[in-house]
Ligand binder design. Structure first.
Ligand SMILES: [Zn+2]
Length: 581
């Protein structure tokens, strides 16, 4: 069986009459939206707007998702490429109308309305009102939008071009950067080291251009934040993330306290691999045990369904439905993108999953991760489109939660060697999401601070990167073998509209761990609490979503409990390592 996903529920092809009709309908809707800013502030007009907005979101999602899914399954599909640009052009003109509508919505006094549909959308409406204080006048918005095309957007594309055109020279041979980055996982130490040295060397080809892009994009972020009246670039990200500075501060201070624990992990790994001065950067992903844990797709599915069932029948049944209904594109093939993702399709109340399944236990974990995203979407199906969009920091929570279920179950029945491998993968991931993310947060904060006074030189940027890596990793890593160029290819620094795209990962991971700790305390009854929690993620502040299950995100103890779960894994890891070596 080739196990490709079934997209017919979206459209049967690009010739599907429904697709042509939907494009026409979106055009009509976009035109019709122009009327709102001129309408009176009546309850009926607001309800009509909300209903139309939900309808538009569903139609746009259906069209974009179809194009996107076809393109990811076959990157050479010319029709998909053509339709992607048709759709983008169609929506580009909407930014102006959208800003005007936001202002119109902000001019309402919502308190006077009793209609259920309005009450259901009160959070979104108030959020629009709050965001409105950061909008410029109509002309200002239009200028910003058009300048961005030749500003941050252009710089971001330029940086992508630089990085994708880069070649790395190793042993008189040329390699694409991605291939060399993958060598970090090689079983051969010489390859890992050589790849790292060659990689570092090769950035010199592009460092000036990439530094210019970073200076420009962050420079624009500073200017835009100031023009819009945000206190800082970070404050803008927090507003967009629906969370407070206090929550971030508590999260960061808990992370900071956990750094010595991770320092010990890196030092232990270093010693195990024969280093006395901390782990060199190129050994971060070095496998410490070499076993292949064969899991066919069928076996992987059975395992995931069984473990999901042990959490709740709903989660187990969900996984079974996804697998049986061919919502997953399973195996790698020519022309298909790499990696894995889940696309939630609120418009048809389903999801689709792309995997590159390779018959290893790590593929089972990836499947569980993506199914976790899908279940999050599933729990949001009863919400309207507007109430189903959740902010970045909570995006990885459901996926990490499902990963945790499967890993914990696998540990119970695994041999000591397998246990060591599972734990090493888990701890290495946690260290990345906590320690490396912390270094990236420090880097971006300080970069922006310095950027206020003008662009930074390549040397200054490299120095800053090393300084923040030393602070985050302590003596866990060898200070002579760090990575001064981590700012070059990581795409997150180059997102024009979302700065500090780093702490959301740590937030998501630790929230998932905290939820799992609650599950361990509450047992079976937690399953329904968990579903309710997920169903609320699109229509509340993160603090309130937490409160709905009794979690106080501003209480350090909550985050510390999550760190303690990692500490338990670490203890088991150290024991196993002693046993085996
Ligand atoms: Zn994910």
């Amino acid at each position: 069986m080739d196990r490709k996903w079934d997209l017919k529920k979206l459209y049967t092809s690009f010739e599907d009459k429904q697709l042509i009709q939907d494009i026409e309908e979106v055009k009509v809707l976009l035109e019709d939206f122009k009327k709102y800013p001129e309408l009176e502030n009546t309850e009926d007009n607001l309800i009509q707007y909300l209903k139309q907005e939900n309808m538009l979101n569903n139609k746009v999602e259906r069209l974009f998702s179809y194009v996107n899914l076809v393109m990811n399954a076959d990157t050479t599909n010319h029709k998909a490429i053509k339709y992607a640009s048709i759709l983008e052009d169609m929506l580009a003109t909407f930014a102006d109308t959208d800003a005007r509508i936001q202002k119109w919505v902000a001019s309402f006094d919502f308190q006077q309305f009793q209609d259920q549909y309005i009450l259901e959308h009160l959070y979104i409406l108030n959020e629009m009102k709050e965001h409105n204080q950061y909008l410029l006048d109509n002309q200002g918005e239009a200028v910003l939008a058009s300048m961005k095309i030749n500003g941050s957007s252009a710089w971001s594309k330029y940086k992508d071009q630089l990085i994708s055109s880069m070649t790395v020279f190793m042993d008189n041979q040329e390699y694409p950067l991605t291939e060399v980055l993958n060598m970090a996982y090689s079983k051969d130490k010489d390859i890992r080291k050589k790849a790292y040295k060659a990689e570092i060397q090769s950035y010199q080809q592009v460092e000036q251009g990439v530094a210019s892009a970073l200076n420009a994009i962050k420079g624009e972020a500073i200017t835009v934040a100031r023009l819009r009246g945000y206190e800082s670039v970070l404050q803008r990200t927090l507003v967009d993330s629906r969370m407070t500075q206090k929550t971030l501060d508590v999260l960061l201070s808990t992370i900071q306290k956990s750094l010595p624990m991770f320092e010990k992990y890196f030092q232990t790994k270093a010693q195990h691999l024969g280093y006395t001065n901390g782990l060199p950067w190129y050994e971060i992903y070095a496998p410490i045990i070499d076993i292949h844990n064969e899991y066919s797709y069928e076996k992987g599915c059975d395992f995931v369904i069984e473990q999901f069932n042990s959490f709740s029948k709903n989660l187990g049944d969900y996984a079974k439905m996804v697998i049986q209904n061919n919502w997953i594109d399973v195996y790698p093939r020519q022309g298909k993108v790499g990696g894995a993702f889940c696309q939630n399709l609120h418009c048809i109340q389903e999801s689709r999953f792309l995997l590159n399944y390779g018959n290893d236990f790590s593929d089972v974990i990836t499947m569980a991760h993506e199914l976790g995203h899908g279940f999050h979407g599933h729990c949001l199906n009863a919400q309207t489109a507007l109430n189903a969009e959740y902010p970045m920091p909570i995006a990885e929570t459901a996926s990490t939660f499902c990963e945790t279920i499967v890993k914990k179950a696998a540990l119970k029945t695994a041999t000591p060697q397998q246990q060591l491998m599972i734990l090493e993968n888990e701890l290495s991931d946690c260290a990345q999401v906590i320690v490396d993310i912390y270094s990236r947060f420090l880097f971006e904060s300080r970069f922006i601070q310095k950027r206020e006074n003008g662009p930074l030189s390549v040397d200054e940027i490299k120095e800053l990167m090393i300084e923040t890596q030393k602070e985050a990793y302590g003596h866990g890593l060898d200070h002579n073998e760090l990575h001064p160029y981590m700012w070059t290819w990581k795409p997150h620094y180059y997102e024009a509209d979302y700065a500090f795209y780093n702490f959301p990962y740590a937030f998501g991971l630790l929230l998932a761990k905290g939820l799992y700790a609650l599950y361990q305390k509450q047992g079976e009854s937690f399953a329904s609490t968990y579903e309710r929690f997920l169903s609320l993620t699109g229509k509340m502040s993160l603090e309130d979503v937490g409160k709905s299950v009794g979690i106080d995100l501003q209480d350090e103890n909550f985050w510390q409990d999550s760190i303690n779960m990692i500490a338990e894994d670490l203890e088991q890891f150290y024991c196993l390592l002693k046993q085996i070596s």
